[in-house]
Design a protein around this ligand. Structure first.
Ligand code: NAP
Length: 249
């Protein structure tokens, strides 16, 4: 029997990047997967097609994690398709580095609404859907909370909140058999890091110099850690912040 047989997983922001990699790996391990996306329907449909071509189960559900009505619909559609939910991966996230002199209210709210409020709303939806059997929540934070790069006050602020929320909720939800852990990746090559100009930048070169394993990550470096945290193999872990960064800390 596969590790995640009979489990249902919701992965937010799974139309590309780290989320797509995690959705495909959870499905390979036997889970039925809900591929959430905000705007990239083609990307989400492609992830679903790759999973079903391998004999797995998946559906795509559009919805912004920053909007409660969308999140409620995400969990209602999950229940309708697969009967319940066992695993939530809070992966949806946005990032932009900005010097403090040009920080705007709009950019603050964009990043905090998706990365923090969105994570809280999706968590609330999952907690209300898990039922008596409990579940596993996996928050995708970032190694920026350790390396605190210049010009990242907003983004690092959002992920600092994610680290703290992970630890608070692990205590709050433990009695409900809900485990809450975080994976904090170092730089990973994704559509997002290409668009943000990180790939090929001096920042990447600097990071690689200080990374014990000497390179940046790929989504496939992160996904097995999510499979582990989703599975019973990690049944005694909650409130953990796991750096998945080639040794950057
Ligand atoms: N890549 C890295 O170096 C790195 C390092 C550490 C941590 N992280 C974290 O890992 C996560 C994924 O990063 P990535 O690099 O894979 O990003 P990415 O390639 O830009 O993909 C982001 C995903 O999030 C979705 N998304 C954006 N806003 C959303 C919203 N309001 N509601 C639902 N989904 C939304 C996007 O959906 P659409 O495209 O459909 O709109 C897309 O599927 C983020 O939380 C990020 O902070 C990334």
């Amino acid at each position: 029997m596969k590790k995640l047989e009979n489990k249902v997983a919701v992965v937010t922001g799974a139309s590309k990047g780290i989320g797509a990699g995690i959705a495909k790996s959870l499905a390979s391990a036997g889970a039925a997967v809900v591929v959430n996306y905000a705007s990239d329907k083609n990307g989400a449909d492609k992830v679903v097609a790759e999973i079903t071509a391998e004999g797995g189960k998946a559906i795509a559900v559009q919805g912004s994690v920053a909007k409660k009505a969308d999140v409620d619909r995400l969990f209602a559609e999950t229940k309708e398709a697969f009967g319940g939910v066992d695993v939530l991966v809070n992966n949806a996230g946005v990032y932009q580095f900005t010097p403090i002199e040009v920080v705007t209210e709009e950019e603050f709210h964009r990043q905090f609404d998706i990365n923090v409020l969105g994570l809280l709303l999706a968590t609330q939806g999952a907690v209300n859907s898990f039922g008596d059997k409990g579940g596993s929540i996996i928050n995708i934070s970032s190694t920026v909370t350790r390396i605190t790069p210049p010009q990242s006050a907003i983004y690092t602020g959002t992920k600092g909140a994610v680290d703290s929320i992970t630890q608070v909720l692990s205590k709050e939800l433990g009695p409900k058999k809900i485990r809450v852990n975080a994976i904090n990746p170092g730089m990973v090559e994704t559509e997002g890091t290409h668009t943000a100009g990180f790939i090929g930048s001096d920042f990447q070169a600097e990071l690689e110099k200080t990374t014990p394993l000497g390179r940046i990550g790929q989504p496939d470096d992160i996904a097995p850690v999510a499979v582990f945290l989703a599975s019973d193999d990690s049944r005694w872990l909650t409130g953990e912040i796991i750096l998945a960064s080639g040794g950057v800390r």
